[in-house]
Design a protein around this ligand. Structure first.
Ligand code: BG6
Ligand code: MG
Length: 219
């Protein structure tokens, strides 16, 4: 049987860090006198740091000169790094460990497809780096999700055809990227928000090993 390539997004899929990105953006936006809603925050998920700041500025009708823009990006990241500095294995989202181990035991490719430039240290913190056959993160791509570049790179690194790739994502931009790549898209989170996904699960707790097995065997 052909090996499938399972591509995991990081923030909000593997680790519970989406809330930290939100907090860090929220406090930066407040400094700028811009307010944004939970619904608008959904539009920041999966989106690169630079594009996120551009969106926030647009919502607030604000502009920054290039130096201020850079300073704000680094302010956000410093704040975010403070949130994740105490992270340990308990930061893994429920049942991620079971799913990863099931796939590893079934000899499948496990890869990362994340927009974050902080992905590698986070995987180290939660002690799962060794499970990955390939890691593609924000340092490896030039085009942000919903562009499929990050997932296509993961496919290439494992020499997998796109139709044999399965993407787990908690963001609208990520689901759109997976669909654009011609991969199977699986939404992890609110199915109303992630309605463009081919399959939806609230979290990994409700994703059975039987379902994973069906994905592995799917022709
Ligand atoms: C994505 C997150 O995974 O990474 C976004 O969903 C975040 O919220 C983006 O902005 C970039 O992350 P980082 O860690 O490089 O700022
Ligand atoms: Mg995410």
């Amino acid at each position: 049987m052909k090996k499938k390539c399972f591509i995991f997004d990081l923030d909000g899929v593997i680790v519970d860090t989406a809330k930290y990105h939100f907090k860090a953006w929220k406090s930066l936006a407040e400094d700028l006198g811009v307010d944004f809603s939970i619904e608008q925050n959904e539009q920041l998920k999966g989106v690169s740091r630079v594009h996120s700041l551009e969106k926030i500025l647009k919502w607030g009708g604000r502009t920054l000169d290039p130096v201020e823009f850079k300073n704000k990006l680094s302010q956000k990241n410093t704040n975010y790094l403070e949130y994740i500095s105490h992270m340990n294995i308990s930061g893994l989202l429920p049942d991620v460990d079971r799913v990863l181990r099931f796939l590893a035991n079934n000899n499948q490719y496990i890869t990362l497809g994340s927009a974050s430039k902080n992905a590698r240290p986070i995987l180290d913190k939660v002690k799962i780096t060794g499970l990955f056959d390939a890691i593609v993160d924000g340092n490896d791509v030039t085009k942000a999700k919903p562009n499929p570049e990050v997932f296509l790179k993961a496919a290439r690194l494992t020499k997998s055809k796109t139709k044999n790739c399965i993407v787990f994502e908690d963001s609208v931009a990520g689901i759109q990227a997976a669909n654009a790549a011609g991969m199977i898209s699986i939404g992890i989170g609110d199915s109303t928000v992630l309605h463009e996904a081919q399959y939806n699960f609230k979290d990994f707790k409700v994703m059975s090993n039987d379902f994973l097995e069906q994905l592995i065997k799917k022709s």
